[in-house]
Design a protein around this ligand. Structure first.
Ligand code: ATP
Ligand code: MG
Length: 399
């Protein structure tokens, strides 16, 4: 007898069940919470806080009455317990199991039937059904497939933790992206306390949002006002620092872009370093400054960075970067009440950016008085003076 397909009209009638994670910023990225039977891959560099965030969300889901199981393949039960104690988390209802054998874990799951299972990490798991050695890509894929099949069959929300190397590849897990429903990237600079969560794939909602969290002694806490946090440590009256109103996910955020330009004795070994910024954008902006502002950087080391460990990948940051570079190269100081936003084109023109009014509302909210914006931009909120510029050479006269 052949299998009978079901009518789509009658499929998926259940409302989507969401498990709120207790971390508003994580829920924001997930579009409300974890979906029953969904599989989420949580990738991040070593030490970024993956085990911490999963422990916190398990504690919170368990508090709300859902049982959770943490399967740890790389730490002992004691280590997980010590983390819970250090974080002061109420872990009643959270179970922990140290194991790395998929078949035996599935048997435990059958017995426990939790609402949520966390596999920490997928790279430490092994299954007899894959011929290859533990830790290989084949093994990782096979293990993930087994957990995914279990999650779908039994409606258990699952989180697979995956390590990402410094180069950004989810060593092994990148091959899992098509298998799972959601891929979250957990990033930030380990030396800063800020962490960012992004969904790079999400079958249940948008991938636009960015969650901002802060690592504290009691674990990760959601940051509601990231702009304010970024501006807290700002020193005014220094050259090479410019504030840019950027869009992160769907939220406007003010970030400080810094640059340091140093004349060097040996121009043969020039340094170009971009931290949190795309190094190609840095190269373009330097070339444009050289060509259209007559400002060579051919005997200078150039460092550019975004403060706070955030990664900026929108061209709207170009103008602020250009001003920061110009200011550091010339030793001038940019007025601390000024922000700048705009994309810089190869012809030296300043191009428009999306969502300008939202950016400018944030600028006004944080007390800035003037904004350099691309020409043709609509007017901004009351109290904020807009300075429209059409070319980079016009813009640098303000630095
Ligand atoms: N005693 C402590 N006080 C404050 N923060 C701590 C303390 N111990 C660890 N941390 C923070 O927790 C981070 C490690 O968190 P966690 O173990 O969750 O990371 P991970 O991503 O799971 O790491 P791994 O790749 O080793 O599994 C550290 O980098 C540090 O920021
Ligand atoms: Mg860990």
């Amino acid at each position: 007898m052949p299998a009978v397909p079901v009518s789509l009209q009658h499929a998926a009638q259940d409302p989507t069940v969401l498990l709120a994670t207790g971390l508003p910023e994580l829920d924001r990225v997930l579009g409300g919470g974890l979906v029953r039977g969904s599989v989420t891959l949580l990738g991040g560099e070593p030490g970024i806080g993956k085990s911490t965030i999963v422990l916190q969300l398990c504690a919170s889901i368990a508090r709300a009455g859902g049982s959770c199981l943490i399967v740890t393949g790389e730490e002992s039960v004691d280590q997980v317990g010590r983390r819970a104690a250090r974080l002061g988390a109420n872990v009643e209802g959270v179970m922990v199991h140290a194991d790395s054998d998929v078949e035996s874990i599935l048997a435990v799951l059958d017995h426990v039937r939790p609402k949520l299972v966390v596999i920490d990490s997928i790279q430490t798991m092994s299954t007899a059904s894959a011929g290859s050695a533990a830790g290989t890509v084949g093994q990782v894929r096979e293990c993930a497939q087994a957990f995914t099949a279990y999650a779908k069959q039994h409606g258990v929300a699952s989180i697979l933790v995956g390590h990402v190397t410094k180069e950004g590849s989810l060593a092994g897990p990148r091959v899992l992206e098509h298998l799972v429903d959601t891929v979250l990237e957990f990033e930030g600079d380990r030396h800063h306390s800020l962490r960012f969560l992004r969904a790079v794939k999400h079958r249940f909602g948008s991938t636009d949002e960015v969650g901002v969290l802060e690592m504290t002694e009691t674990g990760l806490s959601s940051v509601a006002d990231a702009s304010q946090l970024f501006l807290d440590d700002r020193r005014s009256g220094v050259s090479g620092s410019v504030i840019a109103p950027l869009i992160q996910g769907r939220r406007p955020m003010l970030v400080e872009i810094q640059s340091l330009v140093n004349a060097v004795q040996q121009p043969a070994q020039l340094r170009r370093l971009a931290q949190g910024l795309d190094s190609n954008r840095l190269a373009v902006v330097l070339a444009v400054l050289t060509k259209y502002c007559g400002l060579p950087f051919n005997s200078h080391d150039v460092y550019a960075s975004v403060v706070g460990g955030i990664r900026v990948d929108e061209p709207g940051a170009d103008l602020a970067l250009a001003l920061a570079l110009f200011s550091s190269r010339k030793g001038t100081v940019i007025s601390s009440d000024l922000v700048a936003v705009g994309e810089v084109g190869l012809g030296g023109e300043v191009r428009k950016v999306s969502h300008l009014s939202r950016r400018l509302n944030e600028v006004a909210r944080l007390g800035f008085r003037r904004a350099l914006v691309p020409k043709g931009s609509p007017s901004g909120p009351e109290g904020l003076k807009l300075i429209p510029v059409s070319t980079i050479s016009e813009a640098v006269s303000y630095s």
